[in-house]
Design a protein around this ligand. Structure first.
Ligand code: ADP
Length: 238
């Protein structure tokens, strides 16, 4: 049973989150209002078109933020058994276009033999975020995306499960960036990032009683970043 104190802490956290989401959504909405005002007063068709294009971009940003947050709150009822191959292949196929265009080579080593019970959509979302970030980090030079899967015992909990590693040969992170990556809305990608990916991923893995670890460096060029993810075979029912 949850203590009243824990519940009030959770409520406070939800309140803070709602405030920061409202803030993030409010900025682009204000720009849309301004851009529509400008478009209305515009005289040349190209000028009006530009304002509308900009407004559309801002709205797309709002929709990315809301869909990332909502997906995270939507919970499926029961964990389902999936294989490591299945999880990874669909995620890689989502990124196929970007992988080809950005000169990224893939090295796979999938040796997991036992399926894992998990909330499939959520785990796909995590892998999706990690792979997307890895590809971003190698832009524009390209590099190698390493994807490994195996059954293992997690050294910190002693539990058996599925260990997945997603590593890149990209830019790596400074110690200062590394400290903040799991905070909501922290991004180094300006307007093209939301800063929600890793925060949501960490929440999802915590709910699976799993572990998400990161190792990175900027000391040598292209040493890149390693994210390792551990999922126990059976998460506790919710
Ligand atoms: P976003 O990708 O929208 O910025 P994330 O929460 O997914 O949001 O990531 C937060 C930040 O963590 C990124 O902006 C980036 O600075 C850093 N980061 C995440 N993954 C990597 C990676 N593989 N290599 C380098 N930096 C990364």
């Amino acid at each position: 049973a949850e203590t009243a104190l824990l519940q009030s802490e959770k409520l406070a956290a939800v309140g803070r989150l709602a405030a920061s989401i409202a803030h993030e959504i409010n900025n682009p909405l204000e720009s849309v209002t301004n851009l529509l005002y400008l478009a209305r007063g515009g005289t040349k068709i190209e000028e009006i078109q530009d304002y509308l294009d900009m407004a559309e971009r801002e709205l797309r940003r709002v929709s990315v933020i809301s869909s990332q947050t909502l997906r995270f709150h939507r919970q499926s009822t029961n964990p389902k058994e999936v294989t490591c191959e299945d999880l990874i292949e669909t995620v890689l196929s989502i990124h196929q276009g970007r992988i080809v265009n950005s000169r990224v080579g893939i090295k796979r080593r999938l040796r997991a033999t036992k399926p894992v019970a998990c909330f499939e959509g959520e785990i796909r979302q995590v892998l999706n975020n990690l792979a997307g970030n890895a590809i971003d980090a190698m832009h524009p030079v390209g590099g190698t995306l390493f994807v490994r899967g195996r059954n293992a015992t997690d050294w910190s909990t002693g539990r058996l499960g599925l260990a997945i590693t997603i590593a890149d040969t990209g830019a790596g992170m400074s110690a200062q960036t590394l400290r903040k990556i799991f905070e909501p809305f922290f991004t180094t990608k300006g307007l093209s990032g939301t800063g929600l990916g890793l925060w949501v991923s960490k929440e999802i893995i915590d709910r699976h009683e799993g572990v998400l670890r990161v190792m990175t460096s900027q000391r040598a060029p292209h040493t890149g970043t390693v994210f390792s993810l551990f999922l126990p075979f059976q998460p506790a029912p919710r």
